[in-house]
Design a protein around this ligand. Structure first.
Ligand SMILES: Cc1ncc(COP(=O)(O)O)c(C=O)c1O
Length: 457
């Protein structure tokens, strides 16, 4: 028997507007399905173009690095101090307990399926337990698991901001915030950090930027690219500004607890009960497994300002990609509970020692102004460009450093902060010493004193 597909043209009216597109004319097949009538102006040729969102997605680090002429000196092995991935040199393996947790998760065969889009309840509970404190208690429902901290930031910005809103972003700061915001039509307002005050926030400047379309303040503590750590008093001052102007905070705390001994930096949420905070974090840095792509959002909302709407919004957004990798979620509880304190302590003491070596070596180089970090895994170095007339800016300076010395530091123009460069301090100590020696040789070769005098007088 043949099925005769009878097509009838009907007007929009007779369909009560249901399923009507474009000119309102539909073809209806006998089985009741609809599809649009032949478009009037059919395309005559292929025209497939990237979307506006794709066109507006811009990674400044890639743009700058890809535009640089990086031709290392063939007589010197390359030392890349530019990559914020602690695994690249192989000297900082993760802890055995972390690996074991992952192996157990695989062997159990329990995590091969889809997890709920916000993450397994058990894994969310483990994160809540790990970060909960009396001042900022957390339940499993306050945790959303994500694919890396990057997705946590993406979701947090997406749930808080509409196109046309603006967000406040530290300068210098991690470039992802701008990459995400601009692609969503959100304006980025940069607030200054002060190098002479160990990169504390210029609070007056911050406050001056807030207007009625400001939908979120991003605070990165400890900081990439500065390696700075805010103390309790400074965090309270930032919170006061947010509270005064009713601006929620996105606290990027991916480096939380990666703080050198002697410094103390509580989580933002533990210092405020009125400012709603989305704290973004993950396994990448502290557990030294950035490739595992495990992150989270901790929802702190003790005054019920986010309420159920922001929570529901976050849940909806997680449904776009169905969340973080199940296997890592399966390993998470054991990772958090079984990693020994000695692992964290050893990592920190290595990062501190390397930072000190780097800072001490670079401090005595004329024309350079390193700023000693207090945490994370970075150090920023100011360049007195007047002393280096051979170069127009930090990009040319770092480019030529590769050409002559095969040392690659990231020009801080990538963080909207010209005339600085960022050094990653995760490399083996002897490489750090070697790199600093080469930077000294380079600076001594190009340093000119008279330019400073001309400038000053
Ligand atoms: C400040 C900051 N936030 C977030 C991230 C992203 O973390 P993840 O690798 O977990 O996506 C990074 C990575 O370098 C970072 O430095």
């Amino acid at each position: 028997m043949y099925f005769l597909s009878l097509e009838i043209t009907v007007s929009a009216k007779s369909l009560n507007g249901k399923g009507v597109h474009g000119n309102g004319i539909h073809h209806v097949s006998v089985n009741g399905s609809f599809y649009p009538a032949k478009a009037k102006s059919r395309r005559q040729r292929w025209e497939v173009k990237p979307s506006e969102m794709a066109n507006n997605t811009f990674n400044p680090i890639r743009a700058i690095v890809d535009g640089m002429k990086l031709t290392p000196n063939p007589d010197k092995p390359m030392i890349a101090l530019s990559i914020g991935d602690p695994t690249v040199f192989g000297n900082l393996p993760t802890d055995d307990a972390v690996l074991q947790a992952m192996k157990d998760a695989i062997d159990s065969q329990k995590y091969n399926g889809y997890a709920p889009s916000v993450g397994y309840l058990k894994s969310r509970q483990a994160v809540a337990n790990f970060f909960s404190c009396p001042e900022a208690p957390l339940e499993a429902e306050d945790v959303i698991l994500t694919s890396g901290c990057s997705q946590a930031i993406d979701l947090a910005i997406s749930v808080l901001c509409n196109p046309g809103d603006n967000i406040l972003v530290p300068c210098p700061g991690f470039s992802l915030y701008k990459t995400l915001a601009v692609s969503m039509g959100i304006e980025v307002k940069l607030y200054n950090l002060l190098p002479e005050k160990s990169w504390e926030v210029d609070l007056q400047h911050l406050e001056s930027l807030i207007d009625e379309r400001t939908s979120c303040l991003i605070v990165t503590n400890p900081s990439n690219p500065c390696g700075s750590v805010f103390n309790k008093e400074h965090l309270q001052k930032i919170l006061k500004v947010a509270s005064k102007h009713c601006v929620p905070i996105l606290a990027d705390e991916i480096y939380s607890d990666m703080v050198f001994p002697g410094c103390n930096s509580p989580s933002m949420a533990s210092l405020s009960s009125d400012v709603p905070i989305l704290s973004c974090g993950g396994l990448a840095k502290r557990w030294l497994v950035p490739g595992w792509r495990m992150g989270w959002i901790l929802i702190h909302d003790r005054n019920d300002i986010f309420g159920s709407q922001i929570r529901q919004g976050l849940v909806k957004l997680t449904q776009r990609i169905l969340g973080a990798c199940s296997i890592i979620q399966g390993a998470l509880e054991n990772i958090l509970n079984n990693t020994p304190q000695s692992f964290y302590d050893n990592t920190i003491s290595f990062l501190k020692s390397n930072s000190e070596i780097c800072f001490n070596e670079l401090s005595i180089i004329p024309g350079l102004n390193p700023v000693m970090p207090s945490g994370a895994m970075y150090l920023m170095v100011g360049i007195n460009m007047d002393n280096f007339p051979d170069f127009k800016n930090d990009v040319e300076f770092t480019e030529q450093l590769v050409t002559e010395q095969s040392v690659f530091c990231l020009p801080a123009t990538a963080f909207e902060y010209p005339n600085f460069f960022r050094i990653v301090v995760t490399l083996p100590e002897e490489m750090m010493v070697e790199a600093c020696g080469r930077i000294r040789e380079f600076c001594e070769r190009h340093y000119r004193l008279h330019c400073v005098q001309q400038h000053r007088f």
